[in-house]
Each structure stands twice: as structure tokens, then as C-alpha cells.
Design a binder for this molecule. Structure first.
Ligand SMILES: O=C(O)C1=C[C@@H](OP(=O)(O)O)[C@@H](O)[C@H](O)C1
Ligand SMILES: C=C(OP(=O)(O)O)C(=O)O
Length: 456
């Protein structure tokens, strides 16, 4: 399977958006004047897909207000439906497709297959749910999804006594032979490849007979804010997660409350738009910015000033203003020395920004992003160097020296954040052609439309 499109407003991840992909790729528009744009963005992928899972496991119906409608959320919806959950799209106040009403099944049922696409949240969060369903559930996804690490979930469930048949590979495809119950109890996993292993087990843990006492055994744990987001989403539904020490989480068995939730806009998807202001000059405002949030995208408020930008909050509006252009030439973008271990999701867009800086940058702490939608460290180095960049791969990051970039092809590797990074470079460098801009439908099907508004 290799399908990376989601056609809005159709509710079908296999839509025919491929035909709308410009032949030969998408010519990234170059900014010809400073920006002055205000945008609002669709819902957060991470929040939408957590709330869908929790709503399906809850003790009554829940409404998700203004959720994300994209390939990743559609795959999650279809997966939960396959297990017996009723999910209806209903009118809502959001601008991006309405709300979702989720009614849990009386009893989750397997005897089905689930397509995970390339969605980490689907391939990691749903196997524990399938273990709670009666009957076998086979999981598979895009070709590259079979390369993404799954060991924490696969071996974790097996250690809990779940019959999971993975032919010993520990990756997709595999079958969970659900019996309708999971014993739970103490469990050790190594989550150094992905925080999603921890989130996956915590999301279902309250439904395990003995709950879960989960311990991470690896020497590092990436994307900690995403684990905090899981804990906060559970807390809002009455499930307490105790953390008696770093790298250990304890969940008691009990009900998951049905609640109605507002899904915040996706702050990680705000990154390319905010970065655009710094590259093109001028300012970009994102509306609906939450006052408090567990999203890692909130770190942009501290990260972007490191590059020389200024950031202003005015109620729920967040504005990024470009640095002044130096009289002697250059963009005024400062190189950075950043550890992005908490915010690996933001790395591709920030690396693109660093590639346009006037001084060198080192971005580290992101070995785990080699296991995202593609090996993002290798992909960024290859694509930037293909345009004349001076980028060196490090085991856990990238070193970038300033270099004039030239026109050329930019491969997205079916990775939405590689595609948006190509768009960022194209703002400054005429003639950058992104081969698969449709990959942005993974989390933001409206990307090209919003990018057009940004530059209008
Ligand atoms: O739980 C989540 O919603 C996510 C966790 C992170 O995964 P990793 O820990 O694998 O980086 C993040 O990068 C991903 O985009 C979304
Ligand atoms: C790593 C990402 O996605 P996934 O949820 O598929 O892991 C991402 O969106 O940057």
C-alpha cells in the first residue's frame, strides 16, 4: 500500500487528490514582498487522535469539537469503526469540517483489518485497543510504515500476555488476537525510539484488569511533551496517571469518562507559516492560539526568537515578526545551537529555517526522527545539499553552514513535514519543485490553499 493523499472535503483517505498533484511536482512560490498575513488552522493531529481513542474507550458518547479532518485522523476513525465504534461527523462551529460524535461499542469486536497508512498514532495507539476487542485484528500500512519501530507496543503487549502474531519481526504487519480482556500489571519497555509507545499503552491502560505499572528502560526518552499530553487527556477523563519516578507511570483500572472536548488548532502545523514570516520578512499571525496547551508547538514561542524573530501574543493571536534585514546583506536570520529532543516534530521546519540563516547552526537530540515518516535527518541533508547547501549529518542531528541555495527538485518522501520544509526553502529560493505536496494531507489537507493565502 502506498497512498499518501486525503481529498478534502471527501471523507475518504484514498481520494483522487493524486490527480490534482501538478505534473512534475509543485513549484513552491517565492515571496516577492514581506508578508502580512493572519490565518487560522485546523485541529491538532495529536489531540484529535488521542481523543478519538479515549472517546471509543469511554463510558458513554463524547463529542470532539473542531477536530482535525486529514488522512491521519481519518485512518484513526476508520480503525476505531472497524472495531465497532460509531463515529459520526456532525455540524459544528469550526471552519474545517464540523465536529465528531463518538459512541463506544457495547463490546469492541475484532475480526477485521486496520490500515495505519503512515500514521504513528494509528499504528501505535490502536493495537492495545484491538487487544481489548474480541477477535483477530490485522494491522498494516504504507510500505514505509513497515519500517517504523513498533517494538515497544508489540513486545509490550506480548509481555502483558496478549497473543500478538508478528512473525518475530516486531514491526507491521501483525495480528492482535484480542480476547476482549487484557490482564495488565507491571511492564518494562524501551521507548527511546518513540514516545508513542508510552502514550499507546497509557491510553488503554485504565481498561486493563489490573491497570498498568509501566517502566521505560532506555537511556533517553524523546518527545516528552507528547507523553504529558497523553496524561493530561486522561486526567480530563478522570483517569489519574501517577509518575512516582522519571520514566515510570502507574494507571489504576477504572472507567474513562465520556466528555465533550474542544480540539485546539495544530500548533506544530503553525510552524511553517510562522517560519515563513522570518524567511520572507514581515509578519504572520495565527489566530485561536490557546492560552495554555500541552502541544509541543507552543515551544515555537521560545524557539523562533533564537533565530532573531520577535513573537507577540495578543489574546488568542500569536504574531511572529521577521528580524530586521542587515544593511550589509543577508536575511538577519541567526544560526542556532538547539537540542530538539522534546520537539523533534518541529525539527524539519526549523532545519529549513537554519539552512537560510546568516551563521552556522547545530541541531541535535533528534536521533529518533530517523524513524518518523522517513529518516528525516538523512532526507533533510540530502535535499538541502541537492540545492547547494552545506549540511552535515550527525548521528543525532544536523550541522548547517550558510551557503547560497539554487533551484532544483525537493523530494518529500511522502512526509508532510519534508513537503512543508521544501515550501519554506522555496519562499527564498526561486525554482524549488516539491515532488509530493499532496503528502501534506497527512495532517493538513488545506496546506497549499493556506500557503496561497499567506502570500496573497
Ligand atoms: O504522540 C504523538 O501524537 C506524537 C508523538 C511524537 O512522536 P515520537 O515520540 O515518535 O517523536 C511526535 O513526533 C509525533 O508527531 C506525534
Ligand atoms: C512524526 C510525525 O507523525 P507520526 O504521528 O506519524 O509519528 C509528525 O507528524 O511529525
Amino acid at each position: 500500500m502506498q497512498i499518501s493523499r486525503y481529498s478534502e472535503p471527501e471523507f475518504d483517505p484514498y481520494g483522487d487528490a493524486r490527480e490534482t498533484e501538478p505534473r512534475g511536482g509543485w513549484l513552491a512560490p517565492t515571496a516577492i514582498r514581506p508578508l502580512d498575513a493572519a490565518l487560522t488552522l485546523p485541529g491538532s493531529k495529536s489531540l484529535t487522535n488521542r481523543e478519538l481513542v479515549l472517546a471509543a474507550l469511554a463510558d458513554g458518547p463524547s463529542t470532539l469539537r473542531a477536530p482535525l479532518f486529514s488522512r491521519d485522523s481519518e485512518l484513526m476513525i476508520e480503525g476505531l469503526r472497524a472495531l465497532g465504534t460509531t463515529i459520526e461527523r456532525i455540524p459544528g462551529r469550526g471552519d474545517f469540517g464540523g465536529d465528531l460524535r463518538v459512541t463506544p461499542a457495547d463490546e469492541l469486536t475484532g475480526s477485521t483489518t486496520i490500515d495505519c497508512g503512515l500514521a504513528g498514532t494509528v499504528m501505535r495507539f490502536l493495537p492495545p485497543v484491538a487487544a481489548l476487542a474480541l477477535g483477530p485484528t490485522t494491522f498494516d500500512g504504507d510500505e514505509y510504515a513497515r519500517k517504523r519501530p513498533m517494538a515497544g507496543v508489540v513486545h509490550g503487549l506480548q509481555a502483558l500476555g496478549v497473543d500478538l502474531d508478528d512473525d518475530g519481526r516486531g514491526t507491521l504487519p501483525f495480528t492482535v488476537h484480542g480476547t476482549g480482556r487484557v490482564g495488565g500489571g507491571p511492564l518494562e519497555i524501551d521507548a527511546s525510539a518513540s514516545s508513542q509507545f508510552v502514550s499507546a499503552l497509557l491510553l488503554s491502560a485504565a481498561r486493563f484488569e489490573r491497570g498498568l505499572d509501566l517502566r521505560h528502560t532506555g537511556d533517553r526518552l524523546p518527545s516528552m511533551p507528547h507523553i504529558e499530553m497523553t496524561i493530561a487527556s486522561l486526567a480530563a477523563r478522570g483517569v489519574a496517571v501517577a509518575s512516582p519516578e522519571r520514566g515510570r507511570w502507574v494507571v489504576s483500572p477504572g472507567p474513562i469518562a465520556a466528555i465533550d472536548v474542544d480540539i485546539e488548532p495544530d500548533l506544530s502545523n503553525a510552524a511553517p507559516f510562522l517560519v515563513a514570516a522570518i524567511v520572507a520578512g514581515g509578519s504572520v499571525t495565527i489566530g485561536g492560539w490557546p492560552a495554555t496547551t500541552t502541544q509541543v508547538g507552543a515551544q515555537l514561542i521560545e524557539l523562533l526568537p533564537r533565530f532573531g524573530a520577535s513573537v507577540r501574543r495578543d489574546g488568542d493571536r500569536l504574531t511572529v515578526q521577521a528580524p530586521a534585514r542587515p544593511a550589509g546583506g543577508g536575511r538577519g536570520i541567526r544560526g542556532v545551537d538547539l537540542d530538539l529532543s522534546e520537539a523533534g516534530e518541529l525539527a524539519p521546519n526549523l532545519v529549513a529555517l537554519a539552512a537560510l540563516a546568516d551563521s552556522p547552526s547545530t541541531i541535535t537530540g533528534i536521533e529518533h526522527i530517523r524513524h518518523h515518516e522517513t529518516d528525516r535527518i538523512a532526507a533533510l541533508a540530502t535535499e538541502l545539499n541537492g540545492l547547494g547547501g552545506r549540511v552535515t549529518e550527525l548521528p543525532d542531528g544536523l550541522r548547517l553552514e550558510p551557503a547560497p541555495l539554487h533551484e532544483g527538485a525537493w523530494r518529500a518522501y511522502a512526509d508532510h513535514r519534508m513537503a512543508t520544509s521544501g515550501a519554506i526553502i522555496g519562499l527564498a529560493v526561486p525554482g524549488v519543485v516539491v515532488d509530493d505536496i499532496g503528502s501534506t494531507s497527512k495532517t493538513l489537507p488545506q496546506f497549499t490553499e493556506l500557503w496561497g493565502k499567506l502570500l496573497a
